[in-house]
Design a protein around this ligand. Structure first.
Ligand code: F6R
Length: 596
């Protein structure tokens, strides 16, 4: 999705800050990028394609004390130089960058066109600089013109604007994130903290319809009526090192390897090994009659896991795809809870489902990785998963942390007092993930099957979400066909697709009834000559029917999915690496999907 960066107060190196900010936003996914610097006139450079192209085109020729930059992920019009942001007015004196969608741009464009404005792009954004131009022409100040333009907009937006002759950036947001960075003598603006984390870890989260003014390194925030707001400055816990590749070839691999640390952070201060109890401050007093999870993609798989874990703990629970939640039945009982599982806290579909829940009068909980994200600000409660920044588009460590957070949620609200068994398993989990990472044979399995036609993933019970997640990871970074199924479902149709060219990854742990049934399903595919890869703790005889085995340490059945999933993350990574794919930025995908 699109990204915004802005800065004032840096004097000589504004351009460097903008370009490194855009690099920090690359992970969100983009297809073009641009910058504008103001120094009495506006200097603008924008290019379709990777940031390198912009960097080459811009050299280090642009100077100015104020600048804004943007990475674009096309919605209105193809990725071209002309459609890249910043967009300008007819005079070239106003430049604007925008995330989101302006829904009434057609009518605004027609109106402006009729008043003689000329447009150069297919974008919805371009109406904004022209609206500002029109108000300036009537004698308004830059700030009044900006407010006037914003008052005409419908839809979602994070906007930043500069003019040639003011040393200020004006910005506002509505349903699209925007955060200020507070430096010693500089002020920054971004859609996402990693864009300026190199320069400051002090931030101010803007609320919907706040207006920010950044000038000569200082900042103020006012409301829609221009009243000064008293905003608190908070410190983000992430450091720049966490958002660097640190010697790994890809962020995804780094993040897979960060899982032991991420899980320790998720558990810290929340589990008590002595008493076997689990306590999460933000969940205190929560005792819902039923729970609905809403989420998308990988987070939906964690939500499926969460719903099953709650049901196992005796709490009625269901998981819904957030984009389908509008048609879901109302939750059962007066004290229901809706949990939005969302790494970014900004996914439009999930936010919209949470808002639907609030309209229905239901309490909401954001299970998220991002402090200050929209989900945290809009929900009644927040359960932070504390995975640290995730830059690779494919979610890895955040899935593991979400699964662990679901266990914390289940143990807390089921209120069974002694959760000793699960506490012990969770305590050992980070070490076991490390053990698995050190010994994994996923790379050789990936090399063995890199040329396969497609991949199937099966798992039962708690391993069903892992099968879905294994397939999603495989398809999104390798671009090859992959499907995940509940193990028992394969024979009801998909089995027709299984051949000796389609390895089947079977997740089987323990030796109980579930495992026995899954081993039965393994035999079915093996009998059709499909190579089987058993992802197993070795307790069942699944390995006997497998061409390859990915071992996982023995643990509590509820915790085993995390370990199995790490093996599948590694397989997908190594297949994609063998194929030379763009692992951290897969085609067509964005890290944070802020449109419905
Ligand atoms: C897949 C992936 C996506 C996200 C989905 C939801 O690897 O990352 O499927 O899980 O877009 O994003 P969040 O969790 O930010 O709501």
């Amino acid at each position: 999705m699109c990204g915004i960066i802005g800065c004032t107060g840096r004097a000589e190196d504004t351009l460097d800050v903008l370009l490194s900010g855009l690099e920090g936003l690359e992970y969100r996914g983009y297809d073009s990028a641009g910058v504008a610097l103001a120094n009495g006139s506006l200097e603008i450079c924008k290019r379709q394609g990777e940031l390198d192209r912009l960097q080459q085109a811009v050299g280090n020729s642009l100077r100015g004390p104020v600048g804004i930059g943007h990475t674009r992920w096309s919605t209105h019009g193809p990725p071209t130089d002309a459609n890249a942001h910043p967009h300008t007015d007819c005079t070239g004196n106003v430049a604007v960058v925008h995330n989101g969608i302006i829904e009434n741009y057609d009518e605004l464009k027609a109106e402006l066109h009729a008043r003689g404005h000329e447009f150069e792009s297919d974008t919805d954004t371009e109406v904004v600089p022209h609206l500002i131009e029109a108000a300036l022409a009537e004698g308004a100040s830059f700030e009044a013109a900006f407010r006037e333009a914003v008052s005409r907009l419908e839809g979602s937006y994070a906007l930043a604007a500069v003019t040639a002759d003011t040393e200020a950036i004006l910005a506002t947001r509505h349903d699209s994130p925007l955060v200020l960075g507070v430096g010693d003598d500089a002020a920054y603006l971004a859609s996402d903290v990693p864009a300026f984390l190199e320069y400051t870890d002090r931030v101010v989260y803007l609320e919907d319809d706040d207006f920010a003014r950044l000038e000569s390194g200082a900042w103020t925030v006012t409301d829609a009526d221009g009243q000064l707001l008293d905003k608190s400055v908070s410190r983000v816990e992430w450091d720049a090192e966490e958002t660097a590749k640190s010697g790994y070839d890809h962020y995804m691999l780094k993040e897979i390897h960060e899982q032991p640390r991420a899980l320790r952070k998720c558990l810290r201060g929340r589990v008590d090994e002595l008493t076997g109890s689990i306590q999460v401050d933000s969940l205190e007093g929560l005792s819902p009659s039923s729970v609905q999870f809403v989420a998308c993609g990988t987070s939906y798989h964690a939500a499926l896991y969460g719903a099953q874990t709650l049901r196992d703990a005796g709490i009625p629970a269901q998981a819904f795809l957030a984009s389908e939640y509008a048609t879901a039945p109302a939750p059962v009982g007066d004290d229901a809870l809706v949990v939005g599982v969302t790494q970014s806290g900004e996914t439009a579909d999930t936010l919209s489902a949470l808002r639907e829940a609030q309209r229905r009068g239901v309490e909401t909980l954001a299970m998220t990785n991002v402090v200050g994200s929209t989900a945290t600000r809009e929900c009644d409660r927040t359960l932070l998963i504390r995975a640290g920044p995730e830059i690779g588009v494919a979610a890895t460590k955040t899935f593991s942390s979400q699964v662990v957070a679901c266990n914390l949620l289940a143990a807390t609200i089921a209120d069974r007092g002694d959760s000793r068994e699960i506490v012990e398993a969770l305590r050992d989990l980070p070490g076991q993930v490390q053990e698995l990472l050190d010994a994994s044979r996923a790379e050789s399995v990936a090399k063995r099957f890199v040329d396969s036609e497609g991949y199937f993933f099966i798992g039962r019970g708690h391993h069903h979400p892992v099968a879905l997640e294994g397939a999603l990871k495989m398809k999104e970074i390798t671009y090859k066909h992959a499907e995940g199924f509940p193990a028992g479902e394969l024979k009801h149709g998909p089995l027709a697709l299984v051949t000796d060219q389609t390895p089947v990854f079977a997740v089987v742990t323990g030796d109980g009834e579930e495992a026995t049934k899954t081993v039965g399903n393994v035999k079915e595919v093996e009998a059709r000559d499909a190579p089987v890869v058993a992802v197993t703790d070795g307790a069942s005889d699944a390995s006997r029917y497998a061409e390859a085995v990915l071992e996982i340490p023995e643990t509590h059945p509820q915790v085993a999915p995390v370990l199995a999933n790490v093996q599948l993350q590694l397989v997908a990574y190594h297949v994609a690496n063998e194929l030379g794919r763009s692992i951290d930025k897969p085609r067509n995908l964005a890290k944070s999907v802020t449109v419905e």
